[in-house]
Write a protein that binds this ligand. Structure first.
Ligand code: MN
Length: 497
């Protein structure tokens, strides 16, 4: 788990001195037990580190300072074991720069009806203590996730684990660098956006390069490395005889190696290409993009840096989960009454992590670009639940749209040799397409079968961007109201604090 090792969540308990040393000792012991339980949970991938119980404004402030400067801490889990007067949280929370989750739990699961007394009450006050803390976070207009439930409740732990994945992706985004070869394609609007705003809000940075910079790296790749990579292709994928020795495949392997070296040297976690600008490259990178995505790089075609960053974050969140995550495009519709579906694909660049079977490596002409025939991996995704996500720049904010889908079996398409996914969008194609378009969603998305909507919602909340869900409960009337309300909210939200 590359992204998760060495990362921690800090378990932070609030209390106060009023209860006396003995109670605080018990609070401390109980907190250690809960922190240990969370730490050992299989659904929370990170280490959960116990931090001494906090009973003063100074201690909270210094804990928050420590969290801000720790490179291993990706977030805090706060718990109010007893009543913790929330004025003492103001100083600390006002400087906290890490995401936090309020775990609204109680040490005892059940009320011991026969034995319950005031001592029990001193130690089981989350019911009102958590509300005091919650008021302050709401009063300060801070983002946080609230999870209620007993600390042994697996569903509650799963929700914490989901948030933890988003916290790791958000931490990754703070250091994320996207390489952009060429500009965005022609006059496409939705792939554009304000990179400065993205840097401030979503933290990642976007760096532009001429394709010639990449070509230089590609030209330095040694023949032996190309040959070795082609052998790897032959072992990993289905391939017709004859493909192996083509110049097209050699050029593709050379591009992959050059591209990977370029990304590694620059510390990039994602990249974009554009078929409009291939100066000096013999072909549009196809299999190279597919395989680099499979290794965890984010990707956006046609200069789409927002989608490249989104795919990267989705891949970080999805690490170790079954299902796969890829760059995707709404390619074409099947509008048969009663059986409507969307064919998702791209010219070349779909990640083989979503493949149901061993992909086939094929070489076919591309009818645009006027370059060599690009090798690509051809496959289909297996059935099951999935989602598409898109981030668009609305001028005053970023909006993340998410649409849940049901992936269904895709018939053979012998004359369309691309990797593809066929899905039924929720609640139905017509409503989903109308809602998506009303919401300004892009044709490029991050597609995943590994994540659910809560991962994306938690991630959007951490970044403070708008979250816009289209699922089985969506109605067009409700959605139109939501759009209007959000416009008002984001117009004045900056003034709330
Ligand atoms: Mn496209």
């Amino acid at each position: 788990m590359e992204h998760y090792k060495n990362k921690e969540l800090w378990f932070v308990t609030g209390s106060q001195h009023l209860y006396g040393e003995e109670t605080l000792k018990q609070v401390d012991d109980d907190s250690r037990v809960i922190a240990k339980h969370l730490d050992s949970s299989e659904v929370i991938l990170l280490r959960v580190v116990f931090k001494p119980v906090l009973t003063s404004s100074e201690a909270i402030h210094s804990l928050c300072q420590e969290a801000n400067s720790s490179s291993s801490c990706v977030g805090l889990i706060t718990w109010m074991h007893t009543f913790s007067p929330a004025k003492m949280w103001i100083h600390g929370l006002s400087i906290l720069q890490k995401p936090f989750l309020h775990f609204h739990t109680q040490f005892n699961r059940d009320i011991p009806w026969k034995e319950i007394d005031m001592d029990f009450m001193n130690l089981n006050q989350s019911a009102h203590g958590g509300r005091e803390f919650g008021f302050m976070v709401t009063r300060m207009r801070l983002n946080r996730k609230v999870v209620a439930g007993h600390w042994k409740d697996e569903k509650a732990l799963l929700r914490i684990g989901t948030w933890a994945r988003a916290a790791v992706a958000f931490d990754d985004a703070r250091k994320l660098r996207i390489a952009r070869f060429g500009d965005n394609m022609r006059d496409v609007a939705v792939t554009e956006g304000n990179k400065v705003s993205a840097h401030i809000r979503l933290h990642y940075s976007v760096h532009g390069y001429g394709v010639g910079d990449l070509v230089k790296e590609v030209e330095q790749v040694e023949d032996a490395a190309v040959k070795k990579l082609i052998d790897e292709y032959a072992e990993t994928y289905q391939m017709d005889a004859g493909v192996k020795d083509t110049k097209f495949l050699h050029d593709a392997a050379r591009i992959e190696l050059g591209l990977q070296t370029f990304l590694e040297k620059g510390g990039f976690g994602g990249f974009t290409t554009t078929f409009e600008d291939l100066y000096g490259l013999p072909q549009l990178p196809g299999i190279a993009v597919q395989r680099l995505m499979d290794k965890g790089y984010g990707f956006g075609a046609e200069g789409d840096w927002k989608t490249a960053a989104l795919v990267r974050s989705m891949k970080v969140m999805a690490e170790g989960l079954p299902g796969g995550t890829s760059f995707m495009e709404d390619y074409t519709y099947h509008l048969e009454p009663g059986n409507m579906a969307v064919l998702g694909a791209h010219m070349l660049e779909v990640c083989p992590s979503v493949a149901e079977e061993k992909p086939r490596l094929e070489i076919h002409p591309l009818s645009i670009g006027g370059k060599e025939d690009p090798p690509r991996l051809v496959f289909k995704a297996g059935p099951g639940k999935g989602l598409n996500a898109s981030v668009v720049d609305l001028g005053n904010r970023f909006r993340m749209l998410v649409n849940t889908v049901e992936v269904i079996p895709c018939p053979d398409m012998p004359k369309l040799p691309v990797a593809s996914v066929l899905w039924k969008p929720m609640p139905d194609l017509k409503t989903a397409a109308e809602a998506w378009i009303m919401g300004g969603g892009a044709h490029h998305t991050g597609f995943t079968k590994a994540l659910n909507t809560e991962h994306l919602e938690d991630f959007a909340a951490m970044a403070g961007i708008e979250f816009f869900l289209i699922d089985e409960n969506t109605t067009l009337a409700g959605l139109k109201d939501q759009i209007k309300l959000h416009e008002i909210y984001y117009l004045i939200a900056g003034g709330f604090r």
